[in-house]
Write a protein that binds this ligand. Structure first.
Ligand code: ADP
Ligand code: MG
Length: 263
C-alpha cells in the first residue's frame, strides 16, 4: 500500500508535516493510569492515510488500552490523540461522531445477538447516521458480499462460525465508512482453521487502501501486510519500522528477545 517513510518525521505539530499529509491517527505523548498502574508511558505513534500499522507486544504491555483510547472507550490522562487532525475530546456528541470515524473490531466480535447479520451491519447507518432502510440494506448486502457472506444475510450470530461472526463484525464497522479501522486481536478467539478467512478479508481491505491499526500475534500477516510494525513493551513503543527491519534486524535487544520467544 502507501509509503510509510514519513511516519515519525512529521514532528509534533501533527496537523501538517513536511509532506503536507495529515496523519489519520496522531498520538502524542500519551499517558494513562489505571489507579496506581501506569499503563501507557508516553506513546507517540502516527498512522498515515492508507497505511497498515501492526502493533505487537506481550500480554499486558498496553496494546488494547492504546486502541481503546483512540476511540475513547478509555480516557487518557496526558498527551493528545488527533484523528485526521482533530483532537479527541470528551463530550458525548463528539464521541458519537468519533466512533463513526474510527471503526473497531474486537477479539470477541460483540455482535448484537438478537439481530441477523444484515441487521447488525445496518444498525449503525440507520440508527446513528439516519440512513433510509432501503439504502442501508443495499449497502449492508454489498458489505456482506465483500466479506464473503452474501448468503448469510438472514443468519443470526449464534448460527455462525467464529470466522463468519468476525467477518460480520468487520462489515458492521465498515458500514460507518470510517477513516480508520482498529483491530484488537481479531483472530485470537478463533479456531485455527478459521483464522485464514478473517486475515484474507483484512488483507483485502489493506490492498484497497483502508487505513488500519492492528493488534495481532499473526506475524506472517504482519510481515506481509504491515507498512509499519510497532513493538510495545511496558506501555511504550520500544521500536517501530517496516516489517523487514523489525523482524530481520531489530535494533533493540528487547525486540529481539520478544521475537525470539514467539517466532
Ligand atoms: P495488552 O492488550 O497489551 O495485553 P492491556 O492494554 O489490556 O494490555 O493492559 C495493559 C495493563 O493495563 C495491564 O497491566 C492490565 O492489567 C491493565 N488494565 C487493562 N485494563 C484495565 C482496567 N480496566 N482496569 C485496571 N487495569 C487495567
Ligand atoms: Mg489486549
Amino acid at each position: 500500500t502507501a509509503t510509510s517513510g514519513t511516519s515519525g518525521t512529521t514532528g509534533t505539530t501533527g496537523t501538517t508535516g513536511t509532506t503536507g499529509t495529515t496523519p489519520v491517527i496522531d498520538i502524542l505523548g500519551l499517558h494513562k493510569w489505571f489507579g496506581d498502574t501506569h499503563v501507557l508511558r508516553g506513546v507517540d505513534l502516527q498512522v498515515m492515510p492508507s497505511d497498515v500499522v501492526v502493533l505487537i507486544g506481550a500480554s499486558g504491555s498496553g496494546k488494547s488500552t492504546l486502541l481503546r483510547c483512540v476511540n475513547r472507550l478509555e480516557t487518557h490522562d496526558e498527551g493528545e490523540i488527533r484523528i485526521s487532525g482533530e483532537p479527541v475530546r470528551g463530550d458525548e456528541r463528539y464521541i458519537n461522531a468519533l466512533r463513526a470515524r474510527v471503526g473497531m473490531v474486537f477479539q470477541h466480535f460483540h455482535l448484537f445477538p438478537h439481530m441477523t447479520a444484515l441487521g447488525n451491519v445496518m444498525e449503525g447507518p440507520t440508527q446513528v447516521r439516519g440512513m433510509p432502510a432501503a439504502q442501508a440494506t443495499d449497502m449492508a448486502l454489498g458489505l456482506l458480499d465483500r466479506v464473503g457472506l452474501a448468503d448469510k444475510a438472514d443468519a443470526y450470530p449464534a448460527t455462525l462460525s467464529g470466522g463468519q461472526k468476525q467477518r460480520v463484525a468487520i462489515a458492521r464497522a465498515l458500514a460507518m465508512q470510517p477513516d480508520v479501522m482498529l483491530f484488537d486481536e481479531p483472530t485470537s478467539a478463533l479456531d485455527p482453521e478459521l483464522v485464514g478467512e478473517v486475515l484474507a478479508v483484512m488483507r483485502g481491505l489493506a490492498g484497497e487502501g483502508t487505513t488500519m491499526m492492528v493488534v495481532t500475534h499473526e506475524m506472517g500477516f504482519a510481515r506481509e501486510v504491515a507498512d509499519m510494525v510497532a513493538y510495545m513493551d511496558e506501555g511504550a513503543i520500544v521500536e517501530m519500522g517496516p516489517p523487514a527491519q523489525i523482524f530481520d534486524e531489530p535494533a533493540m535487544e528487547r525486540t529481539r528477545r520478544f521475537l525470539g520467544q514467539i517466532l
